[in-house]
Design a binder for this molecule. Structure first.
Ligand code: ADP
Length: 310
């Protein structure tokens, strides 16, 4: 599959690198307002590829996106230290008005993967700007938060994160909801497995995991200015699910008709992802506190989106 990436900064190039090294995309095309940057990133990634796969990596203008099956939208401005994701909104919304129109004209068949933050709002904006059905405009959402949740739980239990089934729902950001009550290890409820292994989920453990998931991006931003490898690999995983028509369950953000008492709000739920985009959304059974927290997360996102005059 040919995969386009608009925005060849840290996130876009990390996604391109992951896609090329894993061979997930036969062809990767990088587009950026800064043409020299797009070319330099494409050449740098292309020089890594012979060690790993046979992907072709190139830079070009929007016309080079013709025939792409997926276009990743990673253009915009990065999050500054201390800046909330919602503060980024006004700056990135203006960039997307330009980018989405050009991508739609060049690659009308492409599924759009939104990476720019605040990702849920940018996904909603992209859905409206593109005129595409919500199933084909997919935000990376809480894919990384979910991975982090599983990895911290796995580390606590001494079990591979791949055997931990747990999701982070709602906003990719401060109001996100760690769905503890339905977390499972293998097919067993988390609390039961934790007790059997002598590693109970105490209030302290829960608080530490919660903070580890919620604060992960802030901690990395403090140390290196931004985050890119994790999200780059996450985006490549989403492309793989689409390119191979996997029907895999992943926590991604799309504009959802009815969720948590709100209509038409983009947020993350576990969703089935394949060649047609999102083919189903799963509404997990939550406890009352989580249900309330998801409603609050949906409300924050809905109010922010409505405040935008698009
Ligand atoms: P991040 O860390 O989110 O990747 P960067 O600043 O590294 O942030 O990358 C964002 C990229 O988006 C930059 O390379 C910038 O040139 C690009 N960009 C910004 N506005 C546009 C636009 N209108 N069209 C295409 N690319 C854009």
């Amino acid at each position: 599959m040919k995969v386009g990436i608009v925005g060849a900064g840290m996130v876009g190039s990390a996604a391109g690198y992951a896609l090329a090294l894993t061979g997930t995309a036969a062809r990767v095309v990088l587009v950026d307002r800064n043409e020299k940057l797009a070319l330099a990133q494409a050449q740098d990634i292309a020089h890594a590829v012979p060690f790993a796969s046979s992907s072709v990596v190139e830079a070009g203008g929007y016309d080079a996106l013709a025939g792409a099956g997926v276009v990743i939208l990673a253009a915009g401005v990065g999050q500054k230290p201390g800046e909330s994701r919602l503060d980024l909104l006004a700056r990135n919304a203006a960039v997307f008005a330009d980018v989405v129109a050009q991508v739609r004209a060049a690659a009308p068949e492409a599924i759009l993967l939104v990476a720019s933050n605040p990702v849920d709002i940018m996904t909603d904006i992209t859905t409206r700007l593109s005129g595409l059905p919500p199933a084909r405009v997919i935000g990376s959402g809480t894919i990384l938060d979910t991975a982090r949740f599983r990895s911290l739980l796995g580390a606590h239990l001494g079990i591979s994160p791949q055997s931990v089934h747990a999701y982070v729902l709602g906003e990719h950001g401060d109001s996100e909801v760690l769905a503890w009550s339905n977390a499972r290890v293998g097919s067993e409820p988390l609390a039961s497995v934790a007790a059997q292994l002598g590693a109970p989920i105490t209030a302290d453990v829960r608080a530490r995991v919660d903070a580890g998931v919620r604060r992960a991006a802030y901690t990395i931003i403090e140390g290196k200015g931004a985050t890119w490898y994790g999200i780059g690999a996450g985006l490549a995983r989403l492309v793989q699910a689409i390119a191979q028509d996997e029907q895999t369950v992943l926590s991604v953000s799309i504009r959802t008709a009815h969720v948590a008492g709100r209509r038409d709000v983009a947020l993350s739920l576990p969703r089935v992802l394949g060649a047609a985009g999102v083919t189903a959304s799963l509404h997990p059974a939550l406890d009352p506190a989580e249900t309330e927290a998801l409603a609050a997360s949906a409300a924050v996102l809905k109010e922010t989106t409505e405040a935008l005059d698009l």
